[in-house]
Every structure is written in structure tokens, then in C-alpha cells.
Design a protein around this ligand. Structure first.
Ligand SMILES: [Zn+2]
Length: 88
């Protein structure tokens, strides 16, 4: 009987964590690292203008096999322009 209650508790906690993880993922871009919800608050640097901004607000761009994050679409477009004029 006691084991049943413990199992139900674990299942409930797992269910809540899974829900939180899913809702967190759908709101933001996929994040590398741990699955803690607070990771969304990490600050990243814009490779184009050098400004820092919350990762969740970043504009993503896949470039040369890497994913870059920019503070705005303007910076992303500028980066694309700068990197597309170098030959091929
Ligand atoms: Zn920027």
C-alpha cells in the first residue's frame, strides 16, 4: 500500500515536470544544456553588434553548421549581408 502511494507521488511529480518542460520548449528556441526552466534567462552576446540580450528573445540563424543568436532581425540581416559578400 505504501509503495503504491510513493509510486503515485513520483508519477505526479514526473508529470508536472514533463508539462513544464514541454510548455517551456514550445515558447522558446531549443536550448543546449540542462533542462531547468531558468536556463531561458541566460544572456548571450550578439555576434554582429556586441549587445547582450536574453537568449529567449534572440533571433536564430544557422550559419556554417552553427546556430547563432542575434538581438534583432536587423542584426541578423546585416550579418547575412556581411557574410554573403565574401566570394562563395
Ligand atoms: Zn544586435
Amino acid at each position: 500500500m505504501f509503495r503504491l502511494i510513493a509510486f503515485a507521488l513520483i508519477a505526479y511529480v514526473a508529470y508536472r515536470l514533463a508539462r513544464r518542460w514541454i510548455s517551456g520548449r514550445s515558447r522558446s528556441t531549443p536550448v543546449n544544456g540542462t533542462d531547468l526552466g531558468r536556463i531561458d534567462d541566460v544572456m548571450v552576446k550578439d555576434p554582429q553588434c556586441g549587445a547582450y540580450f536574453p537568449r529567449r528573445d534572440g533571433v536564430a540563424l544557422r550559419h556554417a553548421g552553427r546556430e547563432l543568436l542575434f538581438c534583432s532581425r536587423d542584426c541578423r540581416d546585416r550579418f547575412i549581408t556581411d557574410n554573403s559578400n565574401t566570394g562563395e
